[in-house]
Design a binder for this molecule. Structure first.
Ligand code: NAD
Ligand code: UGA
Length: 432
């Protein structure tokens, strides 16, 4: 059993905390948000994540998991300190490391001899050395405190499952004995552990996210081409996926990828490439295809309602960047909603998890709490997030509520044949 501090109680930090406590470690999780710490200490989960409430309650009742305000207090008692604070996109596309740097300066004076500081936030190549340098300059002994990179690969919505069943654990460290100590935290997991130098570990994280983004932009481009030549992208993706070198995953076309990571991490990797003097035109293309894909959904909808959005009422189902999460960060649905509003439409939306918060983020967006109510008098309905509940609604009722029975299904979630039999005009992505 190790004493672990986790700094940042967000999607990654909170998942890391409850899972490490579940694996038997003593975890002190710190955040600067006092209200968040108070709620977590009472067992209230501030985010939607399957399995988190159960593991939070297990951790609290076993007393292996405690929450505290401020990084310093947590770090002072730990053998391992995980940095799980945000690394958002700066104006120039680079990763903004100011939270990481602030935490490193804050904890440096209190770190115990032999403590390992672990960069779990997504940080560009050079960050392990950067954190080591800041710790040294801020009062930690360089010989006694070491830094390792241990990037996180979990997905939102399945974060607990992903953390406890990782495809791999990557540890980047110059000192093999430190890497072994970090790997022991994960000993009870059945996963390959890859130990590399820090720069390679940092690059593995960005390369993985950029590759997944590339798969999505690729299938979106193929979907657009399928529309032009009358092929069905779902059949195409299936036929491609049987090739084990390609695989089935991340070949679902849609409105373009979003979320708190792919957009910012592809931007940061492009920045790294620019700084390194490498013309990463493939990645430039991936990002451009994605940007165009959001726009393409607006164009499709405009065409479906007869070419004019001004003054029309439009209904949206789903606002989060994907299903089974309440995260709205960089959601394609919000990009699309803003475009529709800018074009003069009246936009009404329903989301099972994040409607109210979306309404506060997007001025002018009307939020309702019922998927049928949203359709009343609308010129068309757009499915923007693939929430499973949308499949099972009463489409007779939906048709009767709409001004015209028109559906744009940007996630290919619904059954076109069934809808057409009910009288709908149906349009998906990459299929007729
Ligand atoms: P988040 O915004 O959900 O959580 C970050 C938390 O850190 C917040 O609760 C915030 O209050 C807290 N915080 C900020 N500054 C602090 C400080 N000085 N001291 C203590 N707490 C502080 O972020 P996230 O989604 O968990 O992402 C964190 C990092 O992990 C990012 O680098 C991200 O790229 C990476 N990552 C995220 C995911 C994901 O699915 N969200 C997956 C893999 C990696
Ligand atoms: C992604 C990665 O999958 C994680 O491995 C990584 O740890 C994480 O980013 C991160 O670094 O933060 P996440 O953002 O939670 O996880 O969500 P994904 O399931 O990857 O979906 C990202 C976006 O791509 C969503 O908008 C989703 O709708 C879209 N997507 C995904 C598609 O359009 N098609 C697909 O086939 C798959």
């Amino acid at each position: 059993m190790s004493d672990v501090a986790v700094i940042g109680a967000g999607y990654v930090g909170l998942t890391t905390s409850v899972c490490l406590a579940h694996l038997g470690h003593r975890v002190l999780c710190a955040d600067i948000d006092e209200e968040r710490v108070a709620r977590l200490s009472k067992g209230e989960v501030p985010i939607l994540e399957d399995g988190l409430p159960e593991l939070l309650s297990e951790g609290l009742s076993s007393r292996r998991l405690t929450f505290v305000v401020g990084a310093r207090q947590a770090a002072a008692r730990a053998n391992f300190v995980f940095l799980c604070v945000p690394t958002p996109q700066a104006d120039d596309g680079s990763a903004d490391l100011s939270s990481v740097e602030a935490v490193a300066r804050e904890i440096a004076p209190v770190l115990r001899r032999g403590t390992v500081v672990i960069n779990k936030s997504t940080m560009p190549v050079g960050s392990t050395r950067l954190v080591q340098r800041i710790l040294g300059e801020s009062g930690a002994s360089i010989e006694e405190v070491r830094v390792a990179s241990n990037p996180e690969f979990l997905r939102e919505g399945t974060s607990v499952q992903d953390f406890l069943n990782p495809n791999r654990v990557v540890i980047g460290c110059d000192d093999p004995s430190v890497a072994v100590r970090v790997s022991e935290l994960y000993r009870s997991l059945d996963a390959p552990i890859l130990v590399t130098d820090p720069a390679s570990a940092e690059m593995i994280k960005y390369a993985s996210n950029a590759f997944l983004a590339t798969k999505i932009s690729f299938v979106n481009a193929i979907a657009n081409l399928c529309e032009a030549v009358d092929a069905d992208v779902r059949e195409v993706a299936l036929g491609m996926g049987y090739d084990q070198r390609i695989g089935f995953e991340f070949l679902h076309p849609g409105p373009g990828y979003g979320g708190s990571c792919f957009p910012k991490d592809t931007a940061a990797l492009r920045y790294t490439a620019r700084r390194a003097g490498y013309a990463f035109s493939l990645l430039d293309g991936v990002v451009e295809v994605n940007r165009r894909q959001h726009e393409r959904m607006v164009e499709k909808l405009t065409a479906l309602v007869g070419g004019e959005l001004r003054g029309r009422t439009l209904a949206l189902w789903g606002l989060t960047f994907k299903a089974n999460t309440d995260d709205l960060r960089d959601s394609p649905a919000l990009v699309i909603a803003r475009r529709l509003l800018d074009a003069g439409a009246h936009v009404r939306a329903y989301d099972p998890a994040a409607g109210e918060r979306a309404g506060a983020i997007v001025p002018g967006l009307e939020i309702v709490s019922d998927p049928y109510e949203v359709c009343i008098g609308a010129a068309a309905l757009s499915v923007l997030t693939e929430w499973d509940e949308f499949r099972w609604l009463d489409f007779d009722r939906v048709r009767d509520a709409l001004e015209a029975p028109v559906v744009l299904d940007t996630r290919n979630l619904l059954d076109p044949g069934a809808l057409r039999r009910l009288g709908f005009t149906y349009e998906g992505v990459g299929r007729s």
